[in-house]
Design a binder for this molecule. Structure first.
Ligand code: MOS
Length: 732
């Protein structure tokens, strides 16, 4: 089915199941331990043995020698795979740095060997016996240095993405009120609960990988390229994930080494990438340096706005476009948004938790707060005053459906914004300095082609198969809701099978496109199945109705089960009409913080997000998405940072103790309000993704609240106690 034009009324506009808060259908399996994660698939292949990964001890250079003999003769060892003895693997479009290989080393903890043994402990002990020597090269590990060099030597910029409308420089120079500030964000790690893990087994030339992956079709294609084998001979199965956050958009070396090791050992091999390796071996979010300039008149009307973002990556890597949201957020006829990339020899940077826009809001939404203060204006009124009619970076593009102003107004009312004191440092409760902050949020609403197979069995039960993944987001449940709604059965009569490459290719989970895209694919398959049912019954497909397990046409009623067994498959694709629109999701984010006047410790008392993301398919699981994202935003604002060793080129804090991730319990109260909106441009369900919207803005609201509480602006994230206390007012 192709979505060629915005729809009018659909069955979802009178929905009984879609749009209703529904507990996860996979919840009982998860809470009872019956939902096996990749490393726990004990029953899928017998005789599983263990692989242990060895990472490079240098960031750049080459392996001079590897002595593997001691490891090979250690107890229980079945095979040792070393980069020095392995023919070069194929490359894939999905990975920048080679996942496994040598002798060239492109980043610290790049995998260089794998030991396979009967037990995990034997594999780990033997891995410690491998002796490797290196020829180490100097590398470049400092983003700030490459950006300084780029100021005089443009060859240091390896790629740029610049969008201009009008003449920013002249309009900025002429503006009565100007803001020109630079913000920095650090390298960050996905730090999902479940590490990368794979069990691999061969049957002849057929390979099965039970793994943990967000994008099954991408992963299968990558493995086919890397192993130089037909993708038809590879099966990926990833029904449950303990988080991904972008780190599992790509297969990692656990999958590659498990495949190689299973072949070498002649046994199924299971590998979990040890936690300490994940931070440098896998991808991470780029650090950014962001300069924001805004020029406005005395009444706050923005004339000129520029947001430029610098990030660094390995040769051939992508940038972190922190300026992306600024193309859409505020009117300002003369605007410039740009992302510049320099080269670094740190581990590969790639997509993480709303790439680009999550760190981008930490700059633009604080700059807006700074502008509001300079103008003596309420920051909400400043934003409302500068609400654009069409896309500021390209005014010929319309918004598909946008209610940002309503988000701000509803949020202000609900949060009690009127009680905020605009002068910073004026609210004191004992030792606590209290403040409130606000930020707007924008995240693109991507939609991807997505397929599914939907079947009716002889009992009238519905089953859905698609390679869509549920990374903890609730995909199982919204897909079941969609199929139940379309086929007119109860939710309990739908079963959902996800994450298997034998099923139709879906959108997968990424870029907050999963919910909207995968349900549209399920809808397409259901429309085809309904057509087949009416054909079988001799009904008019236009007038037949599906409800309560029955199919009615005029005065004839038959049970859906009579049509079974029957199966339909389809894929939803999209027409070019969508190019005329900017499809986005919008939010207002609020935070109230208390800062200890003596220690600078920050406590987040309350957070609120008001989201405009089209139809909310399941308010219960959508809320969970958003409050989880708000916690991640708190991490970006206050705690999360990979510390770079600029001499040797690696992230020092590579474990859960050193890389500090907040949890819900760190935040006093979290609230989410969903506006009741519909976006008919994006898909027949009129729904948009919402998870990543939840991380776009709250960090800035927290930073602005800290300023409101203390009068201190820290523009170098995370806002840790050491940075804050140095600037805090003297109290003792
Ligand atoms: Mo998301 S960072 O595209 O998994």
């Amino acid at each position: 089915m192709k979505y060629e034009a915005p729809v009018g009324k659909t069955i979802f506009d009178d929905a009984k199941i879609v749009g209703k808060s529904t507990r996860r259908i996979d919840g009982p399996l998860k809470t009872s331990g019956m939902a096996p994660y990749a490393y726990e698939r004990h029953d899928v292949a017998s005789g599983q043995v263990y692989g242990y990964i060895v990472g490079s001890a240098i960031a750049k250079g080459r392996i001079a020698s590897m002595d593997l003999e001691e490891a090979r003769s250690a107890p229980g060892v079945l095979a040792v795979i070393a980069a020095t003895e392995t023919d070069p693997l194929g490359s894939s479009n999905f990975n920048t740095a080679p996942l496994f290989g040598g002798p060239e080393i492109t980043h610290y903890h790049q995998a260089i060997a794998c030991v396979v043994a009967e037990t995990f402990e034997q594999a780990r002990a033997a891995a410690a016996l491998i002796r490797t020597t290196y020829d180490r090269d100097e590398g470049e590990y400092s983003l700030s240095r490459t950006v300084e060099q780029a100021a005089s030597d443009t060859s240091k910029i390896v790629s740029e993405n610049v969008v201009r409308n009008g003449d920013f420089e002249s309009a900025f120079a002429a503006a009565a009120v100007q803001i020109d500030q630079t913000y920095t964000t650090p390298d960050e790690s996905h730090a999902m609960m479940e590490p990368f893990a794979t069990i691999a087994a061969w049957e002849g030339d057929k390979l099965t990988l039970w793994t943990s992956n967000q994008m099954i079709a991408w992963g299968r294609a990558a493995m086919a390229s890397i192993l130089r084998m037909p993708k038809e001979n590879i099966r990926l199965d990833s029904p449950y994930l303990g988080g991904g956050f972008g780190g599992k958009l790509w297969v990692r070396v656990d999958a590659v080494l498990a495949a190689l090791a299973a072949k070498a050992a002649g046994r199924p091999v299971k590998i979990m990438m040890q936690r300490a390796l994940t931070y440098n071996n896998a991808t991470h979010r780029h650090a950014t340096i962001q300069r924001v300039r805004i020029g406005a008149d005395k009444n706050g009307k923005i004339a000129a706005i520029a947001h430029e973002c610098w990030s660094g990556n390995l040769t051939g890597g992508m940038d972190e476009n922190g300026a992306a949201q600024t193309r859409a957020l505020y009117a300002g006829p003369d605007n410039l948004t740009a992302s510049y990339l320099t080269e670094l020899d740190l581990p590969e940077a790639n997509a993480m938790r709303a790439p680009g826009e999550a760190p981008g809001h930490l700059a633009i939404e604080v700059a807006m707060d700074e502008l509001a203060e300079q103008l003596g204006m309420d920051p909400i009124e400043l934003r409302i005053l500068n609400e654009p009619e069409t896309l500021p970076s390209n005014p010929s593009i319309k918004f598909s459906d946008r209610h940002l102003v309503e988000c701000l107004r509803v949020g202000a009312e609900s949060f009690g914004w009127a009680n905020r004191k605009s002068r910073p440092g004026t609210v004191r409760e004992g030792r606590w300095m209290v403040g409130m902050g606000v930020a707007a949020g924008y995240r693109g609403a991507l939609i991807m082609k997505s397929g599914a197979r939907v079947s009716i069995d002889a009992r009238g039960k519905i089953s859905v198969e698609t390679d869509m993944t549920d990374i903890g987001t609730g995909s199982y449940t919204i897909i079941a809701q969609t199929a139940a709604e379309c086929m007119g059965v109860a939710l309990e009569d739908v079963s959902v099978d996800l994450g298997d490459s034998r099923s139709p290719v879906s959108a997968g989970s990424g870029g907050q496109w999963g919910a909207a895209s995968s349900t549209a694919g399920v809808y397409a398959a259901c429309v085809e199945l309904r057509r087949m049912v009416t054909e079988k019954f001799g009904y008019d497909p236009e007038t037949a109705s599906f409800a309560d397990g029955m199919v009615r046409d005029a005065n004839v009623v038959r049970a859906l089960s009579e049509a079974g067994p029957l199966s339909a498959e389809d894929t939803m694709t999209y027409g070019d009409f969508q190019k005329e629109y900017d499809m986005g999701t919008y939010a207002s984010h609020f935070a109230e913080v208390a800062v200890d006047a003596y220690t600078g410790e920050v406590r987040i008392r309350r957070m609120l997000a008001v989201c405009d993301a089209g139809r909310i398919l399941n308010p219960l699981t959508a809320r969970s998405q958003v409050i989880g994202a708000m916690v991640m935003a708190a991490g970006a604002a206050l705690t999360e940072e990979l510390a770079v060793d600029k001499r040797f080129g690696f992230f020092v804090n590579h474990d859960m103790a050193g890389y500090e991730v907040p949890v819900h319990a760190d935040i006093g109260q979290q609230s989410v309000i969903f506006l009741d909106t519909l976006d008919g441009v994006i898909a027949p369900l009129k729904a948009k993704g919402v998870g990543e919207l939840g991380i776009c803005g709250p960090g800035a609201a927290i930073a602005n609240a800290i300023y409101n509480a203390t009068g201190v602006r820290v523009r170098d994230y995370p806002i840790t106690v050491d940075k804050l206390i140095a600037e805090m007012p003297d109290v003792a």
